[in-house]
Design a protein around this ligand. Structure first.
Ligand code: ZN
Length: 280
């Protein structure tokens, strides 16, 4: 019965004979499973043309989406984390930073840039979830604070795009202090009468929700984004009650008065522009 058993292990097709689509040509929507050409996906601002699922994107994509002719200047691009607590978990914090920098090409979990959006000068701080879960440490707080300073100095609106798992545990108390620091800076912006719009994207949780993300003159969100402070399990254990279904979705949060509106990413630039024109 030797013809029933495979003599050689593994698939024997040589690489050059394999018929595969070139890498990165197709995108499969994780929600409805439809395959979409990556070029079409990009044209639709990385949303699904079939079910409108909003793919998670980073600071680079938001800057390209919002700034006119993708022209912008990044502020403090080289600012990187120290290791004030000499923290080690499964690996040393300094090593984790180094390997994440290498993997993502980013220096930390937020980038700030200035430029024009439909001709209006604007400062944008956008978070990158790929950098240690978009966690807020000293660099995130400082870069946002400096972005706000720039807006104050040049009297131009500030847009914060949050996507974060919360505070960065490797910097413990230093991370938590960023909540107070950014909140205080935003208070100065409010005092000067300069608009601050906060866009919450999937997911926005923890110390980020509890500070700058919810302090906008307008708090807006992308459809379907997860927005919350603690995870469902922790809340359930604390209050000892079952939680309503989907209670941390943008739609639920909007219905309960925590958001001003939900905006489709394809309309983001135009909606933000009209909003800022109204506020001027
Ligand atoms: Zn889809």
């Amino acid at each position: 019965m030797s013809w029933f058993t495979r003599k050689d292990k593994g698939i024997q097709t040589p690489t050059e004979a394999k018929r595969e689509a070139p890498d990165g040509l197709w995108y499969q929507c994780p929600s409805c499973k439809k395959a979409i050409h990556t070029r079409e996906h990009r044209v639709f601002a990385f949303t699904c043309s079939n079910c409108n699922y909003h793919e998670k994107i980073g600071s680079q994509e938001y800057f390209e989406l919002l700034f006119d002719e993708t022209k912008y200047t990044e502020l403090d691009p080289m600012m990187g984390s120290g290791d004030p607590l000499e923290f080690t978990d499964t690996k040393k914090y300094v090593d984790r930073i180094k390997s994440t920098e290498y993997k993502t090409g980013l220096k930390d979990a937020v980038r700030t840039a200035v430029g024009n959006m439909n001709g209006l000068p604007l400062t944008i701080s956008a978070m990158d979830f790929s950098f240690i879960g978009g966690s807020m440490g000293s660099v995130v707080g400082e870069k946002i604070a400096r972005g706000i300073d720039y807006s104050l100095k040049h009297k131009q609106p500030f847009l914060m795009i949050s996507r974060s798992g919360g505070a960065r545990m490797m910097e413990a108390g230093f991370s938590l202090m960023q909540m107070a620091k950014t909140s205080a800076k935003l208070a100065l912006l409010a005092e000067a009468g300069i608009p601050y719009i906060s866009l919450l994207t999937d997911p926005t949780t923890g110390g980020v929700t509890a500070s700058y993300a919810m302090l906008g003159d307008f708090n807006i969100s992308e459809p379907g984004a997860l927005i919350g402070f603690a995870g469902p399990r922790v809340i359930k254990e604390t209050i000892g009650k079952d939680l309503p279904k989907g209670f941390q979705s943008a739609e639920f949060v909007l219905e309960h008065g925590f958001l001003d509106f939900i905006v489709d990413r394809k309309d983001l630039k135009d909606k933000l522009t009209s909003l800022l024109q109204m506020l001027q």
